[in-house]
Design a protein around this ligand. Structure first.
Ligand SMILES: Nc1nc2c(ncn2[C@@H]2O[C@H](COP(=O)(O)OP(=O)(O)O)[C@@H](O)[C@H]2O)c(=O)[nH]1
Ligand SMILES: [Mg+2]
Length: 281
């Protein structure tokens, strides 16, 4: 059995914890090819975050005392031909902010990245943390009136952060088992896109929202990249009407990823493990 290591990368609010919780429930359901191989020690944390989803709420922000702790979920295929350790370096918000403003990756995180064979990069649709470059012509007057958000104005645009994260991955990922490592890019909260936007798929979403980053993705040939959209329960748990229908259906009937098949057609797949299965394939 080949043991691989996958690192989950993404800023605060990029959807890592919720994806992981949903992934855990999919692994436990044994409905798909990947199942859990996690030891009892690690189960408590992931079970506790999954519990939120079962009750119809998103996993809340990581508590301070849980922050900065790396945690692991192990998976294997049913026939045991594949197995992988999924590592999430959960980084404190402040460390994260410093990492992106100085473009320097924390040492601990770097070590984890160096031992990973593949990675998942998370981008969250409609996150309030997403920063798009200001359009100076239209926003100057607005800023003069003092309405500018000081903190946001100082922060790096999200697409620059994404390019840096991809560069970190590209430069440090372990190439021993594969000279061209795979990276799944997941756009989380896909359900928040309007129907037309969603139909166009993840490539076009990135081209519209983060054009520089999208351009970088098409240039890069030292990594094999695949894009996914994900919705962990198929809708927004912040809306009461959705929560009611969700609780009636049960978690196994909800959640999906979108991806392109071999013919380039956009497909919905209820197996939310797909971004990981692809990394291991
Ligand atoms: N509608 C919707 N919102 C999501 C989804 N996944 C994540 N979110 C939102 O994104 C927020 C941040 O997610 P979280 O997993 O905590 O991000 P993390 O900081 O990267 O661990 C959540 O509180 C939800 O509001 C999804 O599939 N659908
Ligand atoms: Mg989190």
């Amino acid at each position: 059995m080949k043991q691989k290591s996958i690192i989950l990368v993404g800023g605060p609010d990029s959807g890592k914890s919720n994806y992981l919780a949903r992934l855990w429930l999919a692994l436990e359901s044994q409905n798909f090819d990947l199942i859990s191989a996690t030891t009892p020690n690690d189960i408590r944390y992931v079970e506790s975050i999954a519990e939120h989803l079962l009750q119809g709420e998103f996993v809340p922000r990581t508590e301070p005392e849980e922050k900065n702790r790396e945690f692991h979920v192990s998976v294997k295929s049913k026939d045991e031909s594949l197995s992988a350790d999924i590592v999430v370096p959960d980084i404190l918000g402040e460390i994260w902010a410093k990492a992106v403003s100085t473009l320097e990756i924390p040492e601990k995180w770097l070590k984890t990245l160096k031992s990973a064979d593949s990675a998942i990069l998370f981008i969250r649709a409609h996150s309030e943390n997403n920063i798009t470059p200001l359009n100076w012509v239209t926003s100057q007057d607005y800023l003069k009136m003092g309405y500018g958000d000081k903190e946001k104005d100082d922060a790096l645009p999200t697409q620059i952060v994404l390019m840096e994260l991809l560069r970190f991955i590209d430069q440090n990922i372990n190439r021993k088992s594969n000279p061209k490592p795979k990276v799944s890019i997941i756009i989380t909260a896909w359900d928040l896109l309007d129907v037309e936007e969603a139909k166009k798929g993840p490539e076009e979403y990135l081209m519209n929202e983060f054009p520089l980053f999208a351009g970088r993705l098409s240039d890069i040939d030292s990594l094999e990249i695949k894009l996914f959209g994900s919705s962990i329960v198929g809708g927004d748990l912040k809306e009461d009407t959705f929560v009611n229908s969700f609780l009636e259906k049960g978690i196994d009937q909800t959640g999906y990823v979108v991806e392109r098949d071999h013919n380039g057609n956009l497909k919905h797949n209820n197996d939310v493990c797909q971004p990981i299965s692809w990394l291991l394939s």
